[in-house]
Write a new protein. Structure first.
Length: 214
């Protein structure tokens, strides 16, 4: 009995020694993959945090919440930053709308233009570009008529990299805290997400219109 047990032990010991290099490499590969995943997850988390903060600031602008700093100081900071720079033009033929696009969806920027939401790519292949503008109480101004758009309608964005036409595939309303519409999981399709508040009076939700390059 003891001889049988010893033989089994020797067999397993020999098998382990034979397989040890392979097992060791597999373990090393596994740890390597985990390290890479951790790095990618960290970078993705950082990117999501930037978008989340930018979207939170957009909500403040839409809802006209008060910041801890005074309005005078805010105005001074905006003056020191200089006038916004146009990075593109948004044209929506179905509602006869043409708006300059500037970098950053800040209160000052949205006063005169549509703002590219910081943290989202700007017209990068396979990315989800977020662009926001006020709904406005004036007929046809800013995104006042955005609710009239329907799937199948088109909008055009002209930028330094050229002109792209986007076909609307999604129109929905979400809560101000819902950032799912900013997801970069687009299956490799270039998407633009237009954001404004709704309804026009006493807005409590966000109107989302999304278009993609066909």
């Amino acid at each position: 009995m003891k001889r049988k047990a010893a033989a089994i032990l020797i067999f397993f010991a020999g098998t382990f020694l034979f397989l040890y290099p392979t097992i060791s490499e597999r373990l090393a590969d596994f740890e390597q993959e985990k390290l890479l995943e951790n790095w990618e997850t960290t970078e993705e988390a950082k990117a999501r945090e930037v978008v989340r903060k930018s979207y939170g600031e957009l909500n403040r602008v839409f809802e006209k919440e008060q910041k801890n700093i005074s309005e005078q100081r805010l105005d001074q900071q905006e003056k020191e930053a200089g006038p916004p720079q146009t990075i593109g033009v948004l044209r929506i033929p179905a509602i006869a709308s043409e708006l300059p696009i500037v970098e950053g969806a800040t209160e000052e920027n949205l006063r005169v233009a549509a703002g590219h939401l910081t943290g989202t790519p700007f017209l990068e292949p396979g990315g989800n570009t977020a662009i926001a503008a006020h709904r406005s109480h004036t007929e046809g101004r800013m995104f006042n008529r955005l609710d009239e758009l329907e799937p199948g309608d088109e909008f055009i964005i002209e930028a330094e990299t050229g002109q792209k036409t986007f076909t609307i595939f999604n129109k929905t309303e979400v809560s101000p805290s819902d950032t799912s519409v900013l997801s970069q999981d687009t299956n490799g399709v270039s998407v633009v997400t237009l954001i404004t508040c709704t309804p026009v009076k006493n807005p409590t939700r966000r109107l989302i219109v999304q278009g993609k390059v066909e």
